[in-house]
Design a protein around this ligand. Structure first.
Ligand code: ATP
Ligand code: ATP
Ligand code: MG
Ligand code: MG
Lengths: 256, 256
């Protein structure tokens, strides 16, 4: 059965899409059958892997709202072993549509259920909010990968995120755990980055991944070519860090 | 009557809070009576100006949902001439609560109406989404300041934002205009930054502010001290850029 990991943080621009996309690509390169689920109406994970969103017949919206089977929505990507459930702008309407819908928090979990046997890993990219799309991801996930940008504002938001996770665990998904906190966009030239890393390590100890993702321009260039970093520049510091991270996620799984 | 400017972009982490906070502080330093309205449940603009959120009796939530007069919510800040309407985590519930509320899109406009005569400028910081809190800001605003991070993903989101603005203009706020597109976190060492600036200028011409905000670590350090950049490091490149921007916003107003 697939391990379902949601990449979540309501703080904007902390590296959720970059992480979900690149960890997925490395997992697939290790021979693990991997599914990337994009639940952000911006669809950055989808375009980052080269999906032509205007040409799609179906996207995640059709599964969550109209119960189109996920097998009809799943697309192959340029990376062998990595499939994607793409998102388009249509998803922007789902937050409001879900508010008064039946089983509004468990729609994504229900969509994923029939395909879990086909994959080893499922990574879910979340939008920058704690609305119903993110709640759906928290309910569908076994564990959470929380990117934390090495900036002050990123620290502030963790309290709210952890409170929400606790609520979901108590009322909707008892087995939900934190896979780990991932430090992102670390700039070794600034004290701020170092202070934030130390602060998070002091608070969350071994829950913080050993791997730290450096700020590296190749990671922000790659999406404009629709390529994950493993294809765009596999020897870059950004690529090597995500490769390390994927190995660490694998290791943590074996420990359990 | 105050000019009401909403700082908006659903893409996360593009510099909305940093812009709203620092432009407001410089406006106040030019002798303009300025109000900063925080409509993001993360409350980054509020903590960035040193507000102790746990000690607040009222916040924007109380006005939007329970119609507490804004005059009871407004706080003075450390900057003479700059007041703030703070946001706290309580606001996170408002998105869902507003969905079925009466006049759900015009609540913020109604709250602001009685105090517009007390200010020359009102800047509204928005959350990274196009939900009801952002819609409320679009309805309350006269014009929009759109921060665009010098990154590929930031370009992708502009189409969706402009479509939403057009919808609001047609159905809720006929006089809404774009004040300008502000290029943020520009890194002169990378080609990517330059390409994105040229791309935005090609598309939006004179609507792009002359001022470009450089990536500058002092801007990300200042919030940890609860200080706007004018107090933290007024001679830094980040500070000088926001001073220029505030002058440009003033100039644009006089041209009309
Ligand atoms: N380690 C890194 N080094 C340099 N740039 C990065 C890095 N990680 C991400 N980026 C860039 O920073 C920006 C923000 O990253 P990304 O879009 O992945 O964050 P996000 O959390 O998914 O944002 P949102 O909250 O809008 O969904 C993007 O332009 C991305 O290309
Ligand atoms: N010009 C800049 N140079 C360096 N760092 C910056 C700059 N502008 C903003 N930052 C930092 O980048 C991060 C994102 O900025 P900010 O929080 O203002 O964006 P935002 O659009 O308000 O994010 P959100 O979408 O979460 O509301 C913050 O940690 C901020 O301190
Ligand atoms: Mg994203
Ligand atoms: Mg913000």
């Amino acid at each position: 059965m697939a391990r379902v990991i949601a990449v979540v943080n309501q703080k904007g621009g902390v590296g959720k899409s970059t992480t979900a996309l690149n960890v997925s690509a490395y997992m697939a390169s290790f021979g693990k059958r991997t599914l990337l689920v994009d639940t952000d109406p911006q669809g950055n994970a989808s375009s980052g892997i080269g999906i032509e969103k205007d040409a799609l017949k179906y996207s995640i919206y059709d599964s969550i709202i109209d119960e189109v089977p996920l097998t009809s929505v799943i697309q192959k990507t340029i990376i062998p072993g990595l499939d994607i459930v793409p998102a388009t702008l249509k998803l922007a309407g789902a937050e409001v549509e879900l508010v008064s819908a039946l089983s509004r928090e468990t729609r994504l979990a229900a969509c994923l259920e029939p395909v879990l046997g086909d994959y080893d890993f499922v990574f879910i990219d979340c939008p920058p909010s704690l609305g119903l799309l993110t709640i759906n991801a928290l309910v569908a996930a076994n564990s959470l990968l929380i990117p934390v940008q090495c900036e002050y504002y990123a620290l502030e938001g963790l309290r709210q995120l952890l409170d929400t996770i606790e609520l979901v665990r108590r009322h909707l998904n008892r087995s939900l755990v934190i896979e780990g906190f991932l430090m992102t966009m670390h700039d070794s030239r600034t004290n701020l980055s170092q202070q934030v890393v130390e602060d998070v390590k002091n608070h969350y100890g071994s829950k913080v991944f050993r791997t730290v993702i450096p700020r590296n321009v190749t990671l922000s260039e790659a999406p404009s070519f629709g390529l994950p970093i493993i294809r765009y520049d596999p020897k870059s510091r950004g690529a090597l860090a995500y490769e390390e991270l994927a190995k660490e996620v694998l290791e943590r799984g074996e420990e359990k």
